[in-house]
Design a protein around this ligand. Structure first.
Ligand SMILES: [Zn+2]
Length: 99
């Protein structure tokens, strides 16, 4: 992805965050378990609980809430054609205290 395309995506994300009243966070060093819960989810603005790092995003750690973390996990398992994705997500959801 070129510099301008990256800049455009960052500007769109920043604009969405500004409108919703939360700021976008991310850094190359892992947040502490306590520190992550003081930040809004990068995707939806709810209180973060986890952090994700994506190679194409410059390996920046992004705060993610529990629900978005579950959605990301489900997305990746489905992408990998995992036949047991629903069973695995159910177990994972229960393990992190989800409904
Ligand atoms: Zn979220």
């Amino acid at each position: 992805m070129g510099y301008l395309a990256r800049l455009r995506i960052k500007n769109i994300a920043s604009e969405v965050a500004r409108r919703k009243g939360w700021s976008l966070h991310g850094r190359t060093k892992l947040y502490t378990p306590v520190g992550i819960t003081r930040l809004p989810c990068y995707r939806c603005g709810e209180t973060a609980l986890f952090q994700w790092q994506i190679c194409s995003d410059g390996n920046v750690w992004r705060p993610i809430c529990a629900e978005c973390d579950i959605k990301l996990n489900a997305l990746v398992l489905q992408f990998m054609n995992d036949d047991e994705w629903e069973r695995k997500i159910k177990i994972y959801r229960e393990s992190i205290g989800g409904e």
